[in-house]
Design a protein around this ligand. Structure first.
Ligand code: NAD
Ligand code: UDP
Length: 317
């Protein structure tokens, strides 16, 4: 085993996805060996193509709902489609990925005595009755709706993490990630930031679901990755769950107007039906991350949007 100052062998499941690809890159930059495991359900080889030539990087096509036998020191379990459109396309597979995937990765962590971090989500709070959301809030989740495959799958994964911790003494870390955006989101990802930017750049209508009064808090991917890595490096007695997100709260309409202004687009705002169970408000209380990880986001929405717009300008040209 290695201590926190040594170079490690790190497994990143979902490593060819949006967040995972940034995490793999940061880990390699710190000198670690990185094993990126992905079934390319929503991720792409092109997200990690620039890492393939690096000697400490390895890419393995594998579905985490099946057991995996590798030797590693740390595991970041990110495998799971994150966009509502994609996780609702095959909801049974989404739940399997969260639940069977967690069991398989926890089993692996137990066998090789690895430390393991779960990419959980603000969706565990559902349509929250507490605002901003703190980790002590148990949530308001519909167990039988169209978002449930994701929300309940992630909640069950958290349960599994804590039971492996209590029952098998596993070193676990649970991060509750709030809406994150940045370069390498898929142009057809379906999430709001990528949708609005791509629509604005193409001069297509900007699709606001509902009246656009619902709010979200948007975290730039570099900040998020920093938070995940700091969480992994905490003492073994700190398990989380810990919110990682940017507390700047914006309505979806405000976001659309910002994107329009920043892209100088002539796209029109159009209003579409609000999907069922769409949370009304979402904003993290990050005091736990601030005190235990010494972490706060540093990238303002305008700055992060600017970088993301630059990325999509190239990506969809
Ligand atoms: P993403 O869809 O870009 O990445 C997910 C990756 O997991 C993809 O590469 C996909 O191919 C892979 N994957 C899916 N099912 C798999 C399986 N069965 N086996 C192996 N690989 C599989 O999404 P993302 O935004 O990068 O999200 C990464 C993680 O962070 C997810 O677990 C997501 O739930 C969590 N998260 C993300 C956000 C966000 O705003 N981006 C918010 C909360 C939580
Ligand atoms: N949304 C929207 N137009 C879009 C895509 C999303 O108005 O083209 C809204 C969606 O209804 C939700 C918010 O933006 O209220 C964030 O949606 P996203 O899918 O990005 O993430 P989540 O709902 O999981 O937070």
């Amino acid at each position: 085993m290695t201590n926190q100052f040594e170079l490690k062998r790190v497994l990143v499941t979902g490593g060819a996805g949006f967040i995972g690809s940034h995490l793999c890159e940061r880990l390699l930059d710190q000198g670690h060996e990185v094993l990126c495991v992905d079934n390319f359900y929503t991720g792409r080889r092109s997200n990690v193509a620039h890492l393939l030539a690096r000697p400490k990087f390895e890419l393995l096509r594998h579905d985490v709902t099946f057991p995996l036998y590798v030797e590693v020191d740390e595991i970041y379990n990110l495998a799971c489609p994150a966009s509502p459109i994609h996780y609702q396309f095959d909801p049974v597979q989404t739940t399997k990925t969260s639940v069977h995937g967690a069991i398989n990765m926890l089993g692996l962590a137990k066998r090789v005595k690895a430390k393991i971090l779960q990419a959980s989500t603000s969706e565990v709070y559902g349509d929250p009755a507490m605002h901003p959301q703190r980790e002590s809030y148990w949530g308001n989740v519909n167990p039988v709706g169209i978002r449930s495959c994701y929300d309940e799958g992630k909640r069950c994964a958290e349960t599994l993490f804590f039971d492996y911790h209590r029952q098998h003494n596993l070193r676990i870390k649970v991060a509750r990630i709030f809406n994150t955006y940045g370069p390498r989101m898929h142009p057809n990802d379906g999430r709001v930031v990528s949708n609005f930017i791509v629509q604005a750049l193409r001069g297509e209508d900007i699709t606001i679901y509902g009246q656009g009064q619902q709010t979200r808090s948007f975290c730039y991917v570099d900040d998020l990755v920093e938070g995940l890595m700091r969480l992994m490096a905490t003492d073994d007695d700190f398990t989380g769950p810990v919110n990682i997100g940017n507390p700047g709260e914006f309505s979806i309409r405000e976001l659309a107007e910002k994107v329009l202004a920043m892209t100088h687009s002539s796209s029109q705002l159009v209003f579409r039906p609000l999907p069922s169970d769409d949370p009304v408000r979402r904003c993290p209380d990050i005091s736990l991350a601030q005190s235990r990880l010494g972490w706060s986001p540093t990238v303002q929405l305008e700055t992060g949007l600017g970088r993301t717009i630059d990325y999509f300008t190239q990506a969809i040209a």
